[in-house]
Design a protein around this ligand. Sequence first.
Ligand SMILES: [Ca+2]
Ligand SMILES: [Ca+2]
Length: 264
Amino acid sequence: MKRILLITLCCVFGLMMTANAQETTFSYDFNDNSFDGWMGYDADGDGHQWELHNSTVSGGMDASYGIYSSCYNSGELTPENYIYTDKAYLITETSKLHFFHCQSDLVYYEENFGVIVSENGINFYVVWSKRYTEPNADGKWGEEYIDLSEFAGKNMYIGFLHYDCNGFTANGIRIDNVELTSDGVSIAENTVSFDVYPNPAENQLVISSDEKIEKVSVVAMNGVVVYEGVYSNVGIDISELNAGVYFVNVNKGNEVITRRFVKK
Ligand SMILES: [Ca+2]
Ligand SMILES: [Ca+2]
């Protein structure tokens, strides 16, 4: 009964969102401990879904929240857990889904998960999947860029599926810092000679450019502007920022060019 209700809700949502679904990018670090922008579906019906965690074993990659789906919870589970955007995004020829992933246990590591897409928010297709055959080294996260260009011109719901694994050999999968990028919108084209270094950076972020930079801003993944001002050649002091992914925006005429960096 629950399942039927959820699918009906998705239908309504899908129709509502089609009319104004023209956004081409998003980014989520989940550090606000919120599923805003996402929907979940417990297809195996065991009551366990994707959750927000911030513990050292099941939390996000930046010592804060990430999303987590378990294979074990007081007993072995066989998850089929969906999480996906609550609206469809317009996919372009350059659209990529960028994210990080890590197993929650170095012994029970045999997770299987995939990237899913759907045109209607009901029928999802796995466009990429990964089965861990060995754990990521302790503390290291895998990083993926999934090419979505085959869906260019379509509005797609995008998400993750944790499936085809169990609590006898796996414990849970962690995902964090999920972004949909599309060149020319969120990530500038590579022809522009402008870059930031070092990357990752800890204290000082330097911008290299063949033109004088006038105005610069640094934006966190949740959209909050953490620095705005004129740029001096010594760089931007980022020592007070929390660890995570940020974007540097530089104004060039009427254009805003963006680069991404990681704060250690
Ligand atoms: Ca996070
Ligand atoms: Ca489940």
